[in-house]
Design a binder for this molecule. Sequence first.
Ligand code: ZN
Length: 277
Amino acid sequence: MSRPVIITVAITGSVPRKKDNPAVPISPAEQIESTHEAFEAGASLLHIHVRDADESSSSNATKFAEVQAGVKTHCPGIIIQFSTGARGRDAEQRASALHLRPDMASLCTGTVNFPNIIYMNPVDLIESLATAMIEYEIKPEIEVFDLSMLYAAQNFMERGLLKAPLHVQFVMGIKNAMPARREALEFMVRELNGLMPDATWTGAGIGREQLVLNRWSAELGGHIRTGLEDNVRRDRDHLARNNAELVELAIEVCHEYDCRPATPAEAREVLSLPPAA
Ligand code: ZN
């Protein structure tokens, strides 16, 4: 039987603006609608950042709550993951919405250079975010922008700050961080399987590498991330019509590798999350 693959849709992010693609959803109402379209197309996990009205990154818990409530109503069972990422946000605000108890939250286990900023994740901040996630029973998604972050996750797990089974996301194609190199991904997957045999993983590619990582992830036994956060184009010459169109492209890739999109219930089982309430 074909393998169920979790399709994550990262609908907004902190970087793309309407001027890059008018389909980038900014207001909570737009975000709920865009998620609904992606859900209907086959996405089973939503990764969410919120924005202020001027499109800048926000830590406004009220907005996170609004999107969470709307998505729960319109996309039954979908896994909701909040970003704790930093771009445009103060460090002390990055946990601001965790008390809303999303199913998951992103957690980056190290510091790395991005194109124009340092993505700062000092150990004490990682510890405080991980502790809050344990308190609120949120499963982290470990963001690996650099190889050291994989070993750091292992280290935090040994200290009891992260609980098995981990879910890890390998992010490739960010300038100054990891390029999209097949050998590098294969190496990291081997290391993950050796160190944490029960862990699951997703591959994320930025810009034109999105579809490349969709492909490699389907082929190598991982899960898939797509969405306008990472890539605003359908192909070189066309902007993506919406998040759902990128989900459809990812599902075409799944079928090439004898995979199919996981239902929300299957996705929850794969990630050892409780069934939807
Ligand atoms: Zn994000």
